[in-house]
Design a protein around this ligand. Structure first.
Ligand SMILES: *[C@@H]1O[C@H](CO)[C@@H](O)[C@H](O)[C@H]1NC(C)=O
Ligand SMILES: *[C@@H]1O[C@H](CO)[C@@H](O)[C@H](O)[C@H]1NC(C)=O
Ligand SMILES: *[C@@H]1O[C@H](CO)[C@@H](O)[C@H](O)[C@H]1NC(C)=O
Ligand SMILES: *[C@@H]1O[C@H](CO)[C@@H](O)[C@H](O)[C@H]1NC(C)=O
Ligand SMILES: *[C@@H]1O[C@H](CO)[C@@H](O)[C@H](O)[C@H]1NC(C)=O
Ligand SMILES: *[C@@H]1O[C@H](CO)[C@@H](O)[C@H](O)[C@H]1NC(C)=O
Ligand SMILES: *[C@@H]1O[C@H](CO)[C@@H](O)[C@H](O)[C@H]1NC(C)=O
Ligand SMILES: *[C@@H]1O[C@H](CO)[C@@H](O)[C@H](O)[C@H]1NC(C)=O
Length: 910
């Protein structure tokens, strides 16, 4: 539905001169009869439609409404909201961003429930609470707002207030307004909405005017209600006025009548405002006499404009703002000839609070998704009213309480809630280490009691503002870490009912801090009291991506080590590594020393060539051209002596674990050859340099093509996208099912899918064992374990890393191919920030309006349906419901061949 105004001007040459008439296409109006079942056309030829498509809550009823005059009675439908939901919202489409719309709502009680209890409730638009409706005072009640559009949907909500009764509404209208209207003179008030208080057609006494007289359907009221202040009569101004200077485009009929004061000095309108606030006033003048009248304009007794002149045959507008007033007196004092005024409008200025940052909203949506519950978290978290479980200060989220909800782990997205001061996760089934909280530098109170946490992790030390830390009733083991003593602001530390033992750090023994320790194994400030010799301080366990070898080969077996903690695992790791280090093979004699001193014999790395640092330097022209940056390090373009182009990855972090991981990667990669996996040409491990040399793919990454700047972007057709998806799925299928050992990629994303010159796709960056190194652990970023937007939500709650996590990430890639947008966007409305959450319901219903615009009309719908369904299944929250990569591949192949035959039938080529 187009809500912009497609108006056209018809110029009629009449007896009086030029008469310009604006016809406004009422198709651009949205007129909802709330609770109405039928569409109808009213006496002004406006089409009213049922509100069903714009809201899905509330009850409907019908009343017999007798007009005040008692002459006519009609049946009026209503929608009311008996359940005290915090937000009862209409989602109104407004296509034309950066335009201005008028929103008008009518509320009617008329004792529909026979209880004689008219309700009072709040009304909001977007993020702004705009007014309180009190049907005790007036019934029906009309509210009207002017709204600067910035998003494609506008939320109009009714909010119950305590003891206020059920909110009720009878009609809702949206009208586009002329571009730029009602913005002049508002410099002091950016980002405001206007709530209409008065719109007066001066000098007119015969009721109200609206559509079609006003093509924008504003209601202009007669002014006789403001006598006895008016001693003059209304005048009719001749036609032939030049209207084009008025941004607000008031109708000619409104300008044609005016109040003119012939004898007295002052013409005044005294207007009751009843609420203290800031107001915006627009005055309209049109010439009435062949003399230029001159006058002063006073508002509440103060001259705002002196010597204002009304020019012959001209119309003009004056704008004023008034801060902090409760009543309004607009007066025109004559200087020369007769003061006169044609119309005026008075608006209350309503603040529009800014929305929460998209990072925050997206993080919360992912958290909601990870709970598996519908927490009702929609639109903005803080405005107009905060979401359940959340407290805000302004648009900043300061408190989050998810207690008694089954979370199982603190996912990395919590780390994006940087401003949180209070976090309550008691009784949320958390286990393992406390993690992903290190970035919450403002956190003052952390309640993690009643969980199954076993270790403190390393994040707590960085929570410098922490005052209260409640860890009681967990399974914390070992000693209390020294680092807690560095939290200077801590005044309550509750460690009751854990399995802690040993000496309590002396730094915790201070007057300002209460430490509760009852119910542990043995805890004391005295070293003598407990024997802590058996305690194991290690909780740094590296993670591996290699999974157990199904085809048991004789000479090596790599253990699955998945984020578990403790000495046993650590020992197992050492064994696995030594097995790896001493793999004996033939041919080459290169021997390397890792930082740990372990000597590694690296003979026969299959096809991978060993380069010297000198060769690498020559090939890359001294590391001249950077072609990428990844978690591993920078990537340079190189040219081997035989002329072959290569991508040279130089590792920057050389921690001990990093060295091992390098060996691990080289060893793995040297064995893996598949047409859809980027091939390792060789490596260099010399003078502390760790360098990997890969084949160079000139086509760039899929991310460059889908989301890159325009210069990189080549519009990819649907068939091409399917081919890329099939290629990448083949590569992943080989990693999951064909390689030995099997490999979980863990960082599948568009930027890790590269294209060669023929646009064949190859997956890169696999086989990187992303151990948690000390340096990484202090960052609560997701970079270590994957990329925001592609993360498998279940992996974070269960910590069970399986191939299905790659399937999830690949599902996100498929959604990107279908929708042509990135997984996390930072514009538009909160509903659309997260690609998975946004696209899933549409695609599930085979509704393809979110398909990339550049694909529209070029795809076979069965092909699209197949791809969409497999994408949606791949991003199921429950990993067991996701298909395997082999199943995904089969569906994609089908979708690809369907599209090919569709193109053949259309006579196109791929
Ligand atoms: C509103 O509708 C719900 C379900 O449609 C019904 O259970 C409830 O009784 C209704 N409430 C009122 C006050 O009519
Ligand atoms: C509504 O109006 C009535 C009568 O003026 C008043 O008693 C009541 O407090 C008002 N309610 C609200 C919420 O403003
Ligand atoms: C949006 O409004 C502007 C100004 O009113 C108009 O020029 C433009 O064509 C409109 N855009 C659409 C898509 O209707
Ligand atoms: C007004 O809103 C826009 C968009 O929401 C924002 O970019 C801008 O900073 C706001 N201006 C002020 C002064 O708040
Ligand atoms: C007042 O308006 C009504 C219709 O709304 C019209 O029939 C009547 O003639 C008007 N009266 C005058 C004095 O213009
Ligand atoms: C009407 O006013 C505009 C701007 O005030 C001016 O540019 C235009 O020439 C005027 N048109 C006529 C017919 O006077
Ligand atoms: C923990 O939460 C569950 C619901 O998830 C609830 O049944 C149980 O009573 C809660 N336990 C405590 C100690 O609060
Ligand atoms: C943490 O939550 C538990 C369970 O509701 C409560 O008993 C305890 O008082 C809370 N801790 C603090 C410091 O508020």
């Amino acid at each position: 539905m187009a809500l912009y105004c497609s108006c056209f001007w018809v110029t009629l040459v009449l007896f009086f001169g030029i008469w310009v008439v604006v016809f406004c296409d009422q198709d651009s109006f949205l007129s909802l009869t709330c609770g109405g079942a039928k569409n109808y056309v009213d006496s002004s030829k406006i089409t009213w439609v049922s509100d069903d498509a714009f809201i899905n809550i509330g009850n409907v009823t019908t009343i017999d409404y007798v007009e005040d005059s008692g002459t006519s009675s009609s049946s009026v439908p209503l929608r009311f909201f008996p359940e005290s939901k915090r937000r009862n919202c209409y989602k109104l489409p407004v296509e034309n961003i950066s335009s201005v719309v008028l929103v008008r709502a009518q509320f009617m009680y008329k004792n529909y429930d026979g209880r004689w209890k008219p309700p009072a409730f709040l009304v909001s638009l977007g993020t702004a609470i705009t007014s309180t409706v009190n049907l005790t005072n007036k019934d029906p009640w009309i509210e009207e707002f002017i709204w600067p559009v910035s998003k494609v949907t506008l939320l109009f909500c009714l909010h119950a207030i305590p003891e206020g009764g059920s909110p009720v509404i009878s009609s809702l209208e949206v009208r586009p307004l002329p571009q730029g209207a009602y913005q002049s003179g508002m410099e002091d008030f950016p980002n405001k909405s206007l709530r209409k208080r008065f719109r007066i057609n001066s000098g007119y006494t015969n009721g109200s005017l609206r559509y079609p007289t006003d093509p924008f359907d504003r209601v202009w009221d007669a002014d006789q209600g403001y006598s006895p202040f008016h001693v003059s009569a209304g005048f009719y101004i001749p036609l032939g006025l030049n209207l084009s200077s008025l941004k607000e485009s008031p109708p000619l009929e409104v300008l044609q009548t005016a109040r003119v004061l012939a004898r007295e000095d002052v013409l005044s309108y005294k207007l009751p405002l009843d609420t203290l606030g800031d107001y915006y006033i627009v005055l309209y003048f049109a010439d009435i006499l062949p003399v230029s009248a001159s006058l002063d304009i006073l508002i509440n007794g103060v001259v705002q404009q002196s010597g204002f002149t009304i020019t012959t045959s001209e119309t003009s507008t004056l704008y004023f703002t008034q801060k902090g007033i409760t009543s309004l007196d607009i007066a025109l004092r004559r200087i020369k000839f007769y003061p006169q005024i044609s119309a005026f409008e008075v608006y209350e200025i309503v603040d529009i609070p800014p929305g929460a940052s998209s990072t925050t909203v997206s993080a919360l949506q992912v958290i909601e998704q990870s709970t598996g519950l519908d927490l009702g978290w929609q639109d903005d978290p803080c405005f107009p009213t905060p979401w359940d479980h959340i407290d805000c200060e302004g648009s900043t989220i300061t408190s989050l309480d998810l207690s008694d909800i089954n979370l199982r782990s603190i996912s990395p997205t919590f780390g994006d809630l940087l401003d949180l001061r209070i976090l309550d996760l008691h009784n949320t089934s958390l286990s393992g280490a406390i993690e992903n909280l290190g970035s919450m530098q403002h956190l003052e109170k952390l309640n993690l009691s009643f969980n199954q946490l076993t270790s403190f992790g390393s994040d707590l030390n960085s929570l410098v503002n922490l005052k209260i830390l409640d860890l009681h009733n967990n399974s914390l083991q070992g000693m209390i870490p020294d680092g807690l003593g560095e939290l200077e602001n801590l005044h309550l530390l509750n460690l009751e009912n854990n399995k802690l033992q040993g000496t309590i750090p002396l730094s915790l023994n201070r007057e300002s801090l209460e430490v509760r320790t009852s119910g542990n194994l043995c805890l004391s400030f005295s070293e003598m009291a407990c024997n802590d010799a058996s305690l194991n301080p290690s909780n740094e366990t590296p993670q591996f991506t290699i999974i157990s070898n199904r085809k048991h080969t004789q000479h090596r077996r790599l253990a699955v080590i998945l984020g578990a903690a403790g000495g046993a695992v650590f020992a197992l790791l050492l064994i696995s590594l030594s097995v790896l280090f001493y793999i004996k093979k033939r041919k080459t004699e290169a021997t390397y020393n890792t930082n740990s001193g372990a000597e590694i014999d690296m003979r026969n790395w299959n096809a991978a060539k060993i380069f010297s640092y000198k060769e690498i330097k020559a090939a890359t022209n001294n590391f001249k051209e950077v072609i990428g940056r990844g978690g591993f390090g920078s990537v340079y373009l190189g040219k081997l002596s035989d002329g072959k182009l290569v991508a040279v990855k130089v590792r920057f972090d050389r921690t001990q674990l990093g060295a091992d991981s390098f060996i691990n990667e080289v060893h793995l990669l040297s064995k893996i050859r598949h047409q859809n996996l980027v091939c390792l040409e060789g490596f260099c491990y010399e003078s502390k340099q760790q360098i990997l040399v890969y084949e160079y793919l000139p086509g760039g990454s899929l991310a460059d093509h889908l989301h890159g700047s325009n210069s990189q972007k080549v519009s990819l057709s649907w068939v091409r996208r399917l081919k890329i998806a099939v290629d990448a799925a083949k590569g992943l299928d080989y990693l999951h099912n064909g390689s030995d050992p099997r490999i979980i990629h863990r960082d599948v994303k568009c930027s890790n899918i590269l294209l060669d010159a023929q646009m064949n796709a190859k997956v890169c960056d696999f086989g990187l064992s992303k151990q948690v190194t000390r340096a990484d652990a202090t960052h609560v970023t997701t970079a270590v374990k994957g990329t925001a937007g592609y993360l498998d939500p279940e992996y974070y709650s269960t910590k069970q890393l399986t191939e299905k996590s790659d399937v999830y990430s690949f599902g996100v890639v498929l959604l990107e191919l279908i929708c042509g947008r990135e997984p996390l966007s930072h514009s538009g409305s909160p509903d659309t920030f997260n690609l998975v959450l946004w696209a899933k319901p549409y695609l599930q219903a085979s509704a393809f309006e979110m398909v990339d615009d550049s694909l529209k009309g070029t795809f076979d719908s069965e092909s699209m349906r197949k791809a969409a369904l497999v994408a949606v299944k791949s991003v199921e929250r429950d990993a067991s419901l996701r298909p395997t990569i082999a199943e995904v591949l089969a569906e994609l192949k089908d979708a690809y061949s369907i599209q090919l035959s569709y193109l053949a039938s259309m006579g196109h080529s791929g």
